[in-house]
Design a protein around this ligand. Sequence first.
Ligand code: NAD
Length: 254
Amino acid sequence: MKLQGKVTLITGSGSGIGRSAALLFGREGAYVVVNDLDAAKGEATVAEIQAGGGRAVFIQADVTHPESVQQMTAHALEQCGRIDVLFNNAGISGVGVLHEIELEQWDRVMNVNIRGVFLPSKYVIPHMIEQKNGSIINMSSCIAEIGLANRASYAATKGAVLALTKSMQVDYAPYGIRVNALLPGTILTPFVENYLKNAYDDPEAALASIKGRQLSNDLGSPEDVAQAALFLASDDSKFMMGSPLYIDGGVVFG
Ligand code: NAD
């Protein structure tokens, strides 16, 4: 088991990629702290981990609210004693060309996708510094590397997360903390299903066109990304520092 004895905190793990990572980390022996805004979904992830014989606790928190994140961190430390892995996964989509994006919508995407990486890191890192050990995984996207139509606000956040990851790695390497980023391509989750429904008149045609852009000719699954997250969480990736890890069916390369 690759995460035996480790405590992992995964934001936004009530759905999609975060949920898959939580289930996988649980199977690999981690004590999984499941966070989400949505209590029903978060509790369901915990129940699934426990049904498989794993250990997990749900902590509801909004990753954009400082007090909420501070309380989540304190609760996780009280319950589990330590935090070895922080997976900053929670994120939302942002659709639209720049001049048509409302300020409120712009701020919301920035808040969840960037502030939502800043705040959990800010409160967990002091404990990792004390432990002199930790792995932080930040959720970027292949959109940080390639232009995609209609995704200006979302692309800006994921580029920022990649830059933040490199900066964090330089600052915290002396404390034994590794910070890496995941750059998934299009992964079939509720996030993508909603995006297709909201952004296109013909979601089926849009899906076929997205598939056609992949060298793989298909979309990824949440499990594909969860396996990459497991690699970055575990000591198997001990020589990876500040790295972008692509799980994109060749979309960046191709
Ligand atoms: P998802 O919508 O299935 O899951 C995201 C979860 O985050 C939800 O359960 C949601 O309730 C939670 N969440 C949202 N705002 C929150 C907040 N303020 N506080 C706490 N929890 C919050 O999405 P997903 O596809 O699994 O995406 C997860 C991450 O992966 C996101 O950061 C997304 O940008 C990134 N990503 C997804 C894809 C993809 O194609 N699905 C590709 C690249 C990157």
